[in-house]
Design a protein around this ligand. Structure first.
Ligand code: ADP
Ligand code: MG
Length: 358
């Protein structure tokens, strides 16, 4: 998939921005606060329905405006489609070719986007939720049954938790369905995790060869030696005390293990960033392998986040996937200059974007 044109309005400092990106590399240069990251945020919003910088939806809407809009024309297997998202303070509307979509997920499905940003090290060192979400992004896009099962599980979990909070609430009526959906969800994740681990290990040897042997492990969210039904029965009263479900795939996690320990403990911030980069490129590779087309890849502040050697490696890798790249930085760099394919340079200033000559 690639973006053929993009229109953004009232997103942070961006107002009435329109641009036509190159199929290959797009570089956005400008000073701090110019609006470069906001531009990537616009694409990310289409791909996830939320920002990668904040959980606060309102913070993304330009001050003094009531709603932001992002429209893109995208191309996949030669077919063009217009997609869009309008977001107000407490409402959203997703569109495809002028038709309103019933669910945000339908927009997300059309917009496979992967991002590497300064905060991406938290994929390694942050809470498990970020890792779970990241892996589930891949599951959502490559496993047809995942979305329905995940939704069924989430519904049971909500109901069961509500009953657990209620004095005398009958949470057990939800346990059976929760267990069925939960075991199914786990089975789907287990089916795909080895491939994710293998691709990540290969990507790690490309970006961080000095780390030596690195392994990924998956924790399903409850003890390995028992079924979810038995585990929930064991937990019984403790769940009532805390008021929520203590075992199940909503607590799944994966971790990256180096020889000396878990990477979130033993890796430097710089190493954690490179690991995050490897994880992102691995996901892009799997996405492409399973769907036949590459996702759009966003690399924020790449010239300050990565040294020249790593910039070169990640650009080469993205080029080999045939992915459209959106890269921001304050200055150009030799690795960006050396790009061989289709390229477009843009200058960003005070929320305005203009095409620059190379
Ligand atoms: N809700 C908002 N409304 C208007 N401007 C905003 C809003 N949120 C952030 N900004 C401004 O938009 C700019 C965003 O910059 P950003 O995209 O992070 O720039 P860059 O990545 O080029 O450093 C900053 O100058 C910031 O003050
Ligand atoms: Mg920025």
């Amino acid at each position: 998939m690639r973006v053929v044109s993009l229109r953004v309005d009232a997103l942070r400092c961006l107002s009435n921005v329109e641009l036509s990106p190159a199929a290959g590399l797009n570089v956005f240069l400008g000073t701090n606060g110019a609006g470069k990251t906001s531009l990537l945020e616009a694409l990310y919003l289409l791909g996830y329905g939320r920002s990668f910088r904040t959980h606060d939806h309102d913070a993304v809407i330009a001050r003094g405006k009531s709603r932001l809009t992002v429209f893109a024309e995208i191309e996949r297997f030669g077919a063009l489609e217009r997609v869009g998202l309008e977001r107000g303070k407490s409402s959203w509307r997703a569109l495809s070719n002028g038709e309103v979509l019933a669910e945000l997920g339908e927009l997300v499905r059309r917009m496979p986007v992967l991002a590497f940003a300064p905060e991406s090290h938290s994929l390694v060192s942050g809470p498990s939720e970020g890792r779970r979400r990241f892996f589930d992004w891949l599951m959502f896009h490559v496993e047809p049954g995942f979305s329905a099962t995940a939704r069924r599980y989430a519904r049971c979990l909500r109901q069961r938790n509500a009953a657990l909070k209620l004095d005398g609430g009958d949470f057990d009526v939800w346990t059976e369905q929760l267990v069925i959906a939960g075991e199914e969800l786990n089975e789907l994740r287990c089916r795909h995790f080895p491939n994710f681990a293998a691709h990540t290990a290969t990507a790690l040897s490309r970006f961080l060869p000095e780390m030596g042997d690195i392994q990924l492990s998956f924790a399903r969210g409850w003890r390995d030696d028992t079924t979810l039904a038995v585990r929930l029965a064991e937990l019984g009263d403790r769940e009532r005390d805390v008021g929520h479900t203590l075992a199940g795939p909503h607590r799944a996690n994966w971790q990256i293990l180096a020889r000396t320990g878990e990477l979130k403990d033993v890796g430097s911030r710089g190493q954690q960033k490179l690991v995050a980069l490897a994880v992102v490129t691995a996901a892009a590779e799997i996405f492409r392998e399973q769907t036949g087309h590459p996702p759009v890849i966003l690399l924020d502040d790449v010239t300050s986040e990565l040294d020249g050697e790593h910039q070169q490696r990640v650009l080469a890798h993205c080029a080999s996937l045939g992915a459209q790249l959106w890269v921001t930085g304050t200055d150009r760099s030799p690795a960006l200059d050396a790009w061989q394919g289709d390229v477009a340079w843009f200058h960003v200033e005070h929320g305005a974007v203009r095409r620059a000559t190379a």
